[in-house]
Design a protein around this ligand. Structure first.
Ligand code: URA
Length: 216
């Protein structure tokens, strides 16, 4: 896991398997099916890294040979919250890693005139004592990510209990996000160059939702 001198809360997951799979996803000739399964696989690998420091406790159990205090996760079940719709593919990979996790959803669209995110669906699990993993493959302008954190804050989730997971991030988005929610740790597989005039990440991978669902 790498850190970046300009972004204290950014963690770049540089594991060779993650990087290899991401390169395949970026390829414009990758099929919809290939794109979707790679996204799920990367989310699982990233999930392994971002859950490294989850709080632990012990449970008294009986093995076939002896009693022991066995380590188990402490507190309530993890909450996975995809930002619709592109976040769904990553949430699937995280669920394979933590099958007992709860899943919330935040649906946002961009108002054409104001260019600001507007929410159309918010369904979230009980916040108390839970770590929330907010997922969206592309951290582009950072506006949706920051807005989704605002939604979680309003729901009673503090920033220190939120982790944001993106596949690819742009410096512009990380900057906005860290200005508005500096206590949220941001995990990404790659920090790309910049945003183009249409707010697409360059080199990026195009529209993640369209590539995942085969839409235009
Ligand atoms: N959303 C996407 O799907 N791709 C980008 O490059 C930026 C935002």
């Amino acid at each position: 896991m790498q850190t970046h001198p300009d972004f204290p809360n950014l963690y770049i997951l540089s594991h060779p398997l993650i990087q290899h799979k991401l390169s395949h996803m970026r390829d414009r000739d990758r099929s919809t099916m290939g794109f979707r399964s790679l996204l799920k696989e990367i989310a699982l690998l990233m999930g392994y890294e971002i859950t490294r420091d989850l709080p632990m406790t012990t449970e008294r159990i009986q093995t076939p040979l002896a009693e022991m205090d066995a380590p188990v996760l402490a507190g309530k079940k993890l909450a996975i919250v995809p930002i619709l719709r592109a976040g769904l593919g990553m949430a699937q990979g995280l669920h394979e890693l933590v099958p007992s996790a709860r899943e919330g959803h935040i649906g946002l669209y961009r108002d054409h005139e104001t260019k600001q995110p507007v929410e159309y669906l918010v369904k979230l699990p009980e916040p108390e004592g839970r770590v929330f993993v907010l997922v969206d493959p592309m951290l582009a302008t950072g506006n949706s990510a920051a807005y989704a954190c605002d939604v979680l804050n309003r729901h009673g989730v503090e920033d220190r209990n939120i982790r944001f997971m993106a596949l690819v991030a742009a410096p512009e988005g990380v900057r906005v996000f860290q200005k508005t929610h500096p206590d949220v740790a941001v995990y990404t597989a790659a920090l790309d160059s910049h945003l183009d005039e249409n707010a697409y990440i360059v080199p990026g991978l195009g529209d993640a939702g369209d590539r995942m669902f085969g839409t235009k």
